[in-house]
Design a protein around this ligand. Structure first.
Ligand code: ADP
Length: 304
């Protein structure tokens, strides 16, 4: 159940929202779609779920073209739009029946809804009116709606935005569970979420794809500098640290505390230790800071 996107472009009036983007998603992948506001994430997702047409380019879902075969594509896709539009004055079960009927599901619809209510943990709220539910539960109703047709591919546009930390963990866990059976494309601003849930991420900026790789490769590829924090027992002059040739950049945090950068972690650490003993000083803390996906995101979206 793959998705193939080829040279997809969308122009709204004068505004080029996405500019000839291409990527593919393999069956079973959980793909994080990252990018600053206005990058073109929602536009891409709307096109893939046949919500709006592209200006040019093609995309197929399981071999079906999104334009010429959009009904087949819609059967395969579950879509949770940004801001999760729900009918707030409908009851939970009533709404899910309505969503199922819109998909033309006749057989076992009640059973399917009960199953979704069960796996999404909505049981306690199932007889309530949607408008009275918390944001976390509304999000679950949105997910239930997206799952009603048992889609093979789930497209989730910022499914965790606006949730409190507990709700966030719950919905993330749900997405992870769903990812065991389905191909998922989801957009988010939260980097830990991508690290926790996705196998791969695409970073999109100003309508163009600027990175497409495994999470690990994204973190380590762009910038090879290591970052080491070192705290000496006694103050030490920055001039002394500048003598270490393997250190290419220094931030002085306190008279005895520095953050240093360079290529060779082992060499830097050994030379800092040697410097401390030469100066009859001692190192009381030395740690290499982990590179993060945030750094990669910042690099990729600020270096255009
Ligand atoms: P993202 O989801 O990454 O925040 P969007 O896909 O929503 O980005 O938007 C991409 C660009 O297209 C933005 O500059 C946005 O203002 C513009 N845009 C989105 N929808 C419309 C629309 N219906 N009409 C005009 N411009 C739009």
């Amino acid at each position: 159940m793959s998705v193939e996107v080829n040279g997809l472009t969308k122009i709204y009036g004068e505004q080029k929202a996405i500019n000839s983007i291409s990527f593919s998603v393999k069956s079973g992948e959980v793909l994080g779609f990252l990018g600053p506001n206005g990058a073109g994430k929602s536009t891409t997702m709307k096109i893939l779920s046949c919500f709006i047409p592209s200006t040019s380019g093609t995309a197929t879902v399981n071999g079906y073209d999104i334009q010429s075969n959009s009904l087949e594509v819609r059967k395969l896709i579950g879509y949770l739009p940004e801001n999760n539009p729900l009918y707030l004055d409908m009851y939970v079960k009533e709404y899910l029946h309505f969503a199922g009927q819109a998909f033309g599901i006749k057989e076992n619809l009640t059973k399917k809804i009960d199953h979704l209510i069960d796996i999404l943990g909505i049981s306690a709220e199932k007889n309530k009116i949607i408008g009275s539910l918390s944001k976390g539960y509304k999000q679950r109703i949105g997910l239930a709606q997206a799952l009603i047709n048992d889609p093979k591919i789930l497209i989730l546009d910022e499914p965790t935005s606006g949730l409190d930390p507990n709700q966030l963990v719950d919905i993330r866990q749900l997405i992870k569970e769903l990812g065991k059976e389905k191909t998922i494309i989801f957009s988010t601003h939260i980097m830990q979420e991508v690290q926790a849930v996705c196998s791969r991420a695409i970073i999109i900026n100003k309508g163009k794809i600027v990175a497409d790789d495994s999470i690990d490769a994204l973190i380590h590829k762009r910038d090879s500098l290591v970052e080491i924090e070192v705290q000496f027992l006694e103050p030490i002059e920055q001039l002394e640290i500048e003598k270490i040739e393997s250190i290419t950049k220094i931030n002085k945090l306190q008279p005895n505390y520095y953050r240093v950068f360079g290529n060779d972690s082992l060499k830097i650490r050994a030379q800092l230790s040697a410097l401390a003993s030469e100066n009859k000083n001692a190192i009381i803390l030395m740690k290499e800071n982990e590179k993060s996906l945030e750094d990669a995101f910042f690099n990729f979206t600020n270096k255009l």
